[in-house]
Design a protein around this ligand. Structure first.
Ligand code: RIB
Ligand code: CA
Length: 311
């Protein structure tokens, strides 16, 4: 069976980095490109982090730099979670892998327009690149197979009571994406907060004792330290890799179709919220498969298998 073509759009970020690792050598996913956006850290840092992870893992995947700020609002970063570099913890060799010269938004529009509708987009950061591509070239919209994104929640937020970081960081871009009509799978905090990378998980993966295993463990040890400082958690929620875990084995998630719209018009207490119509009260046609539960054991087995794909 042909491998599923995916483009990761990310803001590495420790959990984004694990998603690159998971997709990079998957027997069922064809990682054709990585586009980078500002989010967890500045664009310069998130781009460097994506390049470092690909170089460290020996992934010959092109990396395209995208947008360094949201469409309209002021940008925000998360050094308190991901550190000054955006990927504190592991030590990388001197970086020789270079980013592509083409802008990520141009890569997205050109690649999708040249496709036969077989490309899945996997955004795990603010949706600026995807939203800008849709506005620049609306003809890509019917040619996107599916968008499987980490973002939002139908319950609680993490940067405000209402909103999750990726959506809040560029709610206007999120509105463009969620209102586009492209089939969306929304992997929100509702399920990612159930996959906490406890020290026992870190040691399970480090025991594999390969470069990839040690990269995972070194990243997660830092990630857990900041999650404890900020949230008091013993293990950090491994948000982003739930997207590729779902693409590798959809049975890892339970999803429910809901009409979802973004609160983006008024800078009030719910700004940046994914308003998911769980009970169908709006009468509007569902536009999103929202993840409502996760098989935690199966998720960690998928992560372990992903690490074992590397020699
Ligand atoms: O809210 C969690 C999301 O924000 C994750 O994608 C994390 O990497 C940050 O981008
Ligand atoms: Ca991310």
């Amino acid at each position: 069976m042909d491998k599923r073509k995916v483009i990761l759009d990310c803001d590495p970020g420790h959990d984004d980095a694990v998603n690159i690792l998971l997709a990079g050598k998957s027997p069922v996913l064809d990682l054709i490109g990585i586009t980078v956006v500002a989010g967890n850290q500045t664009l310069e840092k998130t781009t460097r982090n994506a390049l470092n992870v690909c170089q460290y893992l020996g992934l010959d995947v092109p990396v395209y730099q995208g947008c360094g700020q949201p469409m309209i609002i002021e940008k925000r970063n998360s050094p308190e979670i991901h550190g000054e570099t955006g990927l504190d913890g592991p030590t990388f060799d001197p970086l020789t892998k270079e980013k592509e010269t083409k802008h990520a938004v141009n890569y997205l529009t050109e690649t999708i327009m040249a496709s036969d509708g077989e490309i899945t987009l996997v955004p795990t950061g603010p949706l600026t690149n995807i939203g800008m591509a849709m506005r620049m070239e609306p003809a890509i919209i019917p040619k996107i197979k599916e968008i499987v994104l980490m973002g939002g929640s139908y319950q609680l937020g993490n940067v405000s009571p209402a909103a999750e970081f990726n959506i809040l960081a560029d709610a206007d871009a999120a509105h463009v994406v969620f209102s586009s009509g492209v089939p969306i799978v929304m992997v929100g905090l509702d399920v990612t907060r159930k996959v906490l990378c406890y020290p026992s998980v870190v040691e399970r993966m480090r025991a594999i004792d390969t470069r990839a295993a040690h990269l995972f463990a070194d990243m997660m040890e830092f990630f857990n330290k900041t999650q404890k400082e900020v949230f008091g958690w013993e293990g950090g929620p491994l948000h982003d890799p739930v997207t590729c875990a779902y693409l590798i084995d959809p049975s890892v998630l339970e999803v429910k179709e809901m009409y979802t719209e973004i609160d983006h018009g008024f800078y009030g207490p719910s700004y940046g919220r994914t308003n998911c119509d769980y009970f169908g009260m709006s009468g509007k046609t569902p536009n999103t498969k929202v993840a409502v539960d996760i098989d935690v054991e199966k998720f960690w087995d998928i992560i372990e298998a992903g690490i074992r794909n590397y020699s």
